[in-house]
Design a protein around this ligand. Sequence first.
Ligand code: F6P
Length: 487
Amino acid sequence: HAELRGDEIIVVSNREPYIHDLDQHGGARVRRPASGLVTAIEPVMRACSGTWIAHGSGTADRDVVDLHDRVAVPPDQPMYSLRRIWLTPEEEQGYYYGFANEGLWPLCHVAHVRPVFRESDWQTYRAVNQRFAEAVLREARTDDPVVLVQDYHLALVPALVREKLPQATILTFWHIPWPNPESFGICPWRREILLGLLGSTILGFHTKFHCKNFLETVDRFIEARIEHEHSVVAVAERETFVESYPISIEWPQPLEGDWASPSDCRRLVIERHGLPEHAIIGLGVDRFDYTKGIVERLNAVERMLEKYPSLIGRFVFVQVASPTRSSLDEYRAFQQQVERLSVRINSRFGAGRYQPVVFLAEHHDHAQLIELYRAADICVVTSLHDGMNLVCKEYVASRDDEQGVLVLSRFAGAAREMHEALIINPYHVEETADAIYRAARMSSGEQRERMISLRHTVRDFNVFRWAGRMLSDAARWRLRARVEERV
Ligand code: F6P
């Protein structure tokens, strides 16, 4: 990550990397949120320091715990600054729950949940984007900082920052899919979103497919010059380079040396959840979100037990689901549906202490997840649509014993890199059921071959390489612009 040294780096995102919640005694408890964005950006910030601007989302009372707008993090070993923006409940409702998560999230994921666009949410989204842009301008010490804008919550920030700091290098990364022009075109403010993003020097997506969709969307809805060959969009002579940068995780993983052995992890998980002694453990780890295909996954588990009854009494599926956006109706209805489904499967196939589905609808920290990953024979990722999905990469990184099988949705960006997984269409219950069954019976030798290859991919294309590639492209781009100015 040499590319990161020496520049002033400002990250701006909605989600903060450390959340201070109120504990039972009125003090603060710090936790890491379940977010692919945080998983990826945090190690980069630890490596290069700088400032991270984000929405302060914890429940801890600021006066009680003496939290300041700026804190040094990580709390136990400070390496960079976290600058929090406090939003009013109305701002959070309109900008985060409303426009970002009832509008843009379903719009871009195309998981057959209808987006909701309210004028008032849009106005709040604009105002909050303005607040984030002003925070960037206040934090900047130079007139050409490197500003890393993250995700769909802040689509207007690049152009707002560009207007005041024309020399800044603005790298925007869109962490979710970009749909085709027909799908994106139903957004009433499609032009504003596109022009906001085109304030960036570089605009990154996870896959080439998303870049192509973006360029076609620009072509359809705004006046711009597009050089497809060089992946460049120019609006009024301002150019943006659009490129794919598949996001990843840290390698090696933090505290790897302290991990318990896979057999100890397995023993602990079996004891903790009362699983059969020789259980075949399947695992799902997700935010509790309708895009993750949890219903389809449980349907496949049910079908597998129906079709292959020899596994009844042995196969257990542990599903971790971190609560998320639960104040939205769509999420609450989905969460109840999943809970009902797991009760149904357990009443159909459970007997005595044996429950085929262990449902853990609570936040798990990294150490707890590592224990589960190392205990699991199979990790199942069934996203109906996902920008990348980092759970599958974390599973692979945790398996230094080269065992375990990954079942992966073809609709997750990760499927374009992780070819040695068992790739499935989550909408096809029969195919998913058969893949989980195949994973349950896979020989240790085949597991090893597949896992070694997957581990090479995640190791070689780790998150430092992701950030390094974006930054070296930015440096090249800046140089080119300077040379052209002289001509
Ligand atoms: O993987 C990245 C991501 O999907 C972000 O786009 C999103 O912000 C995050 O994970 C989790 O959602 P939230 O921030 O709403 O908890």
